[in-house]
Every structure is written in structure tokens, then in C-alpha cells.
Design a protein around this ligand. Structure first.
Ligand code: ISL
Ligand code: CA
Length: 570
């Protein structure tokens, strides 16, 4: 069972290098900055670090547009710095996982420039996805794109290349052309690059949008939904026809028989429980776990990502509960609230007002870390870093945000309305610098940071939290330690209690092997909540709680606002 694998006991910490720590005063985080903060991560107790991309890149999408897979961007340091970082991570008993972005490259990658400049008959033409204009249309004119797909970052998913008279596909920005995975040479080049990093000593990969690499042959138009100018291409690229074949092949070519214990996690927008079970069933030898997106889409209104609506707790429980039981004993979940693409969870699903910020952050941590699966912490989450009070569009940096703003402005949308959506949802909420202390730029840099720090760093920062045993940081540290020592956290089965309750998130974890059962109770709200417990939990042992001096459990128990507690019985 996947629960026997080393990573079932592990907690992963995601570093977004550009925003973590700047060692050379250029306003951008770097590898040396990470090295200087490793003791902080060691103290937190995490097992694995995942680095967002540090490869050479024009940074159209902050490094998710890679121009050379086998080097380090000078912004972040050198390969020698990387080797020092890797050693320092290993010396502390942690592992390092790289971001693998191979659905697309940068348009400045030599593979793409060769593909483009060699023209339709060129050697590397077939490494990318080139197509002529739509039948009967004048190439380069509006609507002449080969199909009607929309890019994730607004506008058509095709860009016209005047010189060759053809278009190339890019599901993301025009500077992120999609690789053609149908071409075996492309797959072999990717496998060789992955082996090169493993030979260097890295411990695995987080695979960017890896379920988008196989497209339906013929690239058919998508259905045009009400209110959209584009077709929905997603059925033709989400978990496409050859995706399992490609991942099984990658496993064979790269991971099979590898002497070290690795971790592979596939980022998979739109993946279903059924597919995830196939991807992560160890017997099928594809990948270890997937990032799914269902729970972070539940608070999205009909207008899409930037049209937020309040979360219904019952929806969250239905969704996460279905993934828990759906993957069951066969597959394995990744557990996350945050990453560099998501707004901060304490502002999103918790309560970031001064009264409840820390307590609700601890509640969210408790609920997540007690699920079955491998938890991921995104930098700053362990300090309850919150969304950012962006004043105007000038404060944002993210390409998705800026493109959306430009598109909506051109459509005549109201500026304040656009900004309201962006304040809730922009990816830049997650990308402001790590808050180390109370100094001007939060100890992140002594220069001007590439994006402004959140003004709340005067009260929310690592220095203050390290000194306070009741801080969110130390609470995360205790949750991580609990996973390391309590087998029911990793192995226990999952049973949701009170699924229809709109304020209570409660479940049990039962581990038959050790005869241990855990009960998790969480009050998602600012009002007291009286709950009726299942039999036999009165006076059970409290393992962890986010309120001081917890009273013993009674059959009818009243939870304080945002209270969370975990009990154990044997
Ligand atoms: O945040 C999103 C846009 O609304 C997501 O759809 C996101 O683009 C998707 O989850 C894929 O994310 C990954 O690939 C992107 C990159 O921009 C993201 O940062 C990365 O996590 C393209 O490489
Ligand atoms: Ca720097």
C-alpha cells in the first residue's frame, strides 16, 4: 500500500525562490538566500523541499518558461551554488525536489528557436505543435487560428509566426510554446534531462501541468460556452489519450530501479478521482501522487476564477471526503491549501481579522495535516501570511493578472470590480516576499524587492513567531512532529462525521494495525458551536489543540470560535 512508502510520513515545504530570501541585495530571492535559511526549515521539521523553477528563463511567467533545462538562472546563482544548496539540504536530513516544466518551454529555448527558424521542413519543427491557419482563412487575421482554444492567460492559445506562415500552440503565455509529446525525440530529451538532475543528486520532481501533455489528435475545436469568445479545449488536453502511456514510459526510462528514494508529484488541473487513482496506484508505476484542484475551485462564481463566492463548508467536505475515500488504499493524496498560484488560505477559508487569524490558521493546518495523504506547506503559510491589500494594478506583477486586467479593461469592465476580484484571487497574493522580521522589507532584502512586501509584516513575521511557543509556526512544527510519530496519521482510514453540518468539520482516522483511533473536531466559524460526539470519546487524550488549556471532551461539547482539536483513543 502507498501508506508504506517513506513519503506517507513526510511533509513537503514549497519554496518560491524569487520571494524567499535575497542574499545579494538585488531585490530577488536566490539560492544563497535559501541556504542561509535552511536552519529555519530544519527547525520547522519538514522532510522535503520543493523548489519552484530556478532554471534560466526570460521570466515571462516567473521561471515557468524555461530557456535551458540544465543550468541555473544567474538571477538565482550558479550550478555550484545549487550543488552547495543540495549538500546543505542533505546534511540536514532533508530532500530536495525540483520543478519539472515540460508541457512547454520558453520561446527562447534553443529547441524552440530551432523549431521556429528552421521553418516547416526543419529538423526540430515537429518538437512543437505547429499548424496552418484555419481552412479558408487569411493567416494572421482574427479567427484564423487553427482551433478555438483559449490560453489559460487570456486570448487565443495560438500565436502566428509570420516568417513560416504557421501558428504554434501555447496553452499558457505566447512565450510558453507547448512541446509535441507525440514526438519520441522530445520524450527522450526530457528523460535524459531528468536523469541528469537525478545524477546530480536531486530527490524527485514536481511535474508542472503534467496531465496536459497529451492532446487529442487533430486538435478539435472546443465547445463555446455561454458568455465566452473561445472554445473550451480542456477535454482535448486534460488527461489526453496517451497520458498514462507517457508517464509509464517516463517511469521506466527515468525512475525504474533508481537507488535513492524519490518523490514524484504531478500537478494535474481537472484530474478526476478515478484518473488520480490510476496515476498513483503503485502497481501501475506512473507517479507517487497528484495535485488536484477540486477543493480550490469551490469558491469560484459563474464568472470564473476572478469571480469569488463564499465557500460552503459542506461542499469542501464532500469534495475532500470523496478524494479521501476515492483514492483509499490504492492511490495516495497530496494535501494542500496553498501554493504559488493560490491566494492565502487564512484569508480565503479562514478569518484573517486580528482576533482569529492565528487560531483559524491553526485550524486549517490541523484539518489538512490530519487527512490521509502527504501535506504540502507553501512558504509563509506556517506564519499565517495573508492576502495583500493591493492598491492598484501597478502593485501586481503576475502575467495572468496583468493579461486578465488588460482583457477586462478592453471589454469595458469597471476598474474597481476588476481589482476586487484580483485582490481575492491574484496569484501575487502568494508571491509577496517571505516575512522574516519587522524591518523595512521584512528581512527579505535590503534593496527594493521585485514586488512589495505585505505591510502586515510588522505583526506577522518569523522572528516574532520563533520566539512565541504559541505561534502558528510552532503549531505547524508540532503537527509535523505528530505525523512523524503517530502511525494513525499516515495509515489510518478516513471517516467523515456530520457531513451535512455547515460549521463543523469532523472526522476520525482509524488504524487497525495499532488499534489507534483519532478524532478531529474543527469549528469553522466565529460563533461557539455545540456538537454531539460519537460514543466513547469522553475524556479521551488531547493530542493537539489550537486553544489554551482544553477542557476534557464531553458527549455534548461546546467548541470555541475557530477551535480545532485532535483526540486519540486506543
Ligand atoms: O493559476 C492558474 C491560472 O488560473 C492555474 O490554472 C495554473 O495556471 C495551473 O494550475 C497551472 O500551473 C502551473 O503551470 C503554469 C504556471 O503559470 C503555474 O505557476 C504553475 O503552477 C504554467 O507553467
Ligand atoms: Ca538576489
Amino acid at each position: 500500500s502507498p501508506a508504506d512508502a517513506w513519503w506517507s510520513k513526510a511533509v513537503v515545504y514549497q519554496i518560491y525562490p524569487r520571494s524567499f530570501a535575497d542574499s545579494n541585495a538585488d531585490g530577488i530571492g536566490d539560492l544563497q538566500g535559501i541556504i542561509e535559511r535552511l536552519d529555519y526549515l530544519s527547525q520547522l521539521g519538514v522532510d522535503v523541499l520543493w523548489l519552484s523553477p530556478v532554471y534560466p528563463s526570460p521570466h515571462d511567467d516567473n521561471g515557468y518558461d524555461i530557456s535551458d533545462y540544465q543550468d541555473i538562472d544567474p538571477l538565482f546563482g550558479t550550478l555550484a551554488d545549487f550543488d552547495r544548496l543540495l549538500d546543505a539540504v542533505h546534511e540536514r536530513g532533508m530532500k530536495l525536489v525540483m520543478d519539472l516544466v515540460v508541457n512547454h518551454t520558453s520561446d527562447e529555448h534553443s529547441w524552440f528557436t530551432a523549431s521556429r527558424d528552421g521553418g516547416p521542413q526543419g529538423d526540430k519543427r515537429d518538437w512543437y505543435i505547429w499548424r496552418p491557419a484555419r481552412e479558408g482563412m487569411e493567416p494572421g487575421t482574427p479567427g484564423a487560428e487553427p482551433n478555438n482554444w483559449e490560453s489559460f492567460f487570456s486570448g487565443p492559445a495560438w500565436t502566428y509566426d509570420e516568417a513560416s506562415g504557421e501558428y504554434y500552440l501555447h496553452l499558457f503565455s505566447r512565450k510558453q510554446p507547448d512541446l509535441n509529446w507525440e514526438n519520441p525525440e522530445v520524450r527522450q530529451a526530457v528523460h535524459a534531462m531528468m536523469r541528469w538532475w537525478l545524477d546530480r543528486g536531486v530527490d524527485g520532481f514536481r511535474m508542472d501541468v503534467i496531465n496536459l501533455i497529451s492532446k487529442t489528435p487533430g486538435l478539435p475545436d472546443g465547445v463555446v460556452h455561454e458568455g465566452s469568445r473561445y472554445g473550451d479545449g480542456s477535454p482535448h488536453y486534460i488527461c489526453g489519450p496517451r497520458i498514462h502511456e507517457y508517464l509509464a514510459e517516463m517511469h521506466r526510462e527515468v525512475f525504474e530501479g533508481h537507488p535513492r528514494r524519490l518523490l514524484t508529484v504531478g500537478e494535474m488541473p481537472g484530474v478526476t478521482v478515478e484518473d488520480a487513482k490510476l496515476f498513483t496506484d503503485p502497481a501501475r508505476r506512473e507517479i507517487d501522487m497528484v495535485f488536484q484542484f477540486e477543493h480550490v475551485g469551490l469558491d469560484q462564481g459563474p464568472g470564473g476564477k476572478f469571480d469569488p463566492r463564499p465557500l460552503r463548508l459542506t461542499d469542501l467536505k464532500v469534495s475532500l471526503g470523496r478524494w479521501q475515500t476515492g483514492l483509499g488504499d490504492t492511490g495516495w493524496n497530496s494535501l494542500y491549501w496553498n501554493n504559488h498560484d493560490q491566494p492565502r488560505v487564512v484569508s480565503r477559508f479562514g478569518d484573517d481579522s486580528p482576533a482569529y487569524r492565528d487560531r483559524s490558521a491553526k485550524l486549517l493546518a490541523t484539518v489538512l495535516h490530519l487527512h490521509r495523504g502527504t501535506p504540502y506547506i507553501y512558504q509563509g503559510e506556517e506564519l499565517a501570511m495573508a492576502n495583500v491589500p493591493f492598491a492598484s494594478i501597478e502593485d501586481f506583477r503576475d502575467i495572468e493578472t496583468l493579461n486578465y486586467h488588460r482583457e477586462q479593461t478592453a471589454l469595458g469592465a469597471d476598474e474597481e470590480r476588476i481589482l476586487a476580484g484580483l485582490r481575492h484571487r491574484s496569484r501575487d497574493n502568494a508571491r509577496t516576499p517571505m516575512q522574516w522580521d519587522t524591518t523595512q522589507h521584512a528581512g527579505f532584502t535590503t534593496a527594493t524587492p521585485w514586488i512589495a512586501v505585505n505591510p502586515d509584516h510588522s505583526s506577522v513575521n518569523a522572528k516574532a513567531q520563533l520566539a512565541d511557543p504559541d505561534s502558528v509556526f510552532h503549531f505547524y512544527r508540532r503537527l509535523i512532529a505528530l505525523r512523524h510519530c503517530e502511525p494513525a496519521v499516515t495509515r489510518g482510514d478516513f471517516h467523515m462525521l456530520h457531513p451535512d453540518h455547515e460549521q463543523l468539520y469532523a472526522f476520525t482516522r482509524h488504524d487497525a494495525a495499532s488499534g489507534t483511533e483519532l478524532l478531529v473536531l474543527a469549528n469553522f466559524g466565529a460563533a461557539d458551536l455545540t456538537v454531539t460526539l460519537p460514543d466513547g470519546w469522553e475524556h479521551s487524550e488531547t493530542l493537539i489543540a489550537n486553544v489554551p488549556a482544553t477542557s476534557p471532551l464531553t458527549t455534548r461539547h461546546t467548541l470555541q470560535p475557530w477551535e480545532a482539536r485532535v483526540h486519540r483513543r486506543r
